[in-house]
Design a protein around this ligand. Structure first.
Ligand code: SF4
Length: 158
């Protein structure tokens, strides 16, 4: 919902803190995801992610979430789906040239990022969207990648 999306950007710091508390929990649950099977966990976890992030951010389930780098404004809501923005068409009032009644997703991203502790991450150039990941859970991907990284670090320290 558009108004909730704008609310999320206004409360980007609160949501950043919430995610920072949530991420380690998802990562710690790696043994559970492994026991169930990451593939099998996709359906329920992905559904939960879709519902919660859909409500808060109008999430499109791109599978490679960058909300913490974009001020809690989902770049997939940009009508040009720009992963690095804004484009050159932002109106003088900060609205979108495609939907002039709406704020530019990237103007929102900048404003949200200024409220966040990790707000400088907006300066990082994002990779193009990998469409093979569409519809998959970013949460599970974070858990899997973090556990793989931990395993590599453990292996390296032995
Ligand atoms: S960046 Fe991707 S996963 Fe994150 S809210 Fe937007 S569509 Fe959803």
């Amino acid at each position: 919902m558009y108004s909730v999306r704008l609310w999320a950007v206004r409360h980007a710091r609160l949501l950043e803190l919430t995610y920072r508390a949530f991420e380690p929990v998802i990562v710690k649950l790696h043994p559970l995801w492994k026991a169930v099977g990451y593939q099998r966990a996709e359906k329920p976890v992905g559904k939960l992610e879709e519902l919660s992030k859909g409500l808060l951010f109008d999430c499109k389930m791109c599978g490679q979430c960058i909300l913490s780098s974009t001020g809690m404004s989902c770049s997939m809501n940009c009508p040009k789906t720009m992963r690095n923005g804004p484009c050159g068409g932002v109106l003088q009032n900060g609205n979108c040239e495609v939907y002039p009644e709406k704020r530019c997703v990237w103007v929102e991203a900048w404003e949200g990022s200024q409220k966040m502790k990790g707000g400088d991450k907006i300066q990082v150039v994002q990779l193009p969207v990998d469409h093979r990941l569409e519809g998959s859970s970013s949460w599970l991907r974070v858990a899997r990648e973090a556990s793989e990284q931990q395993a590599v670090q453990k292996g390296g320290s032995q």
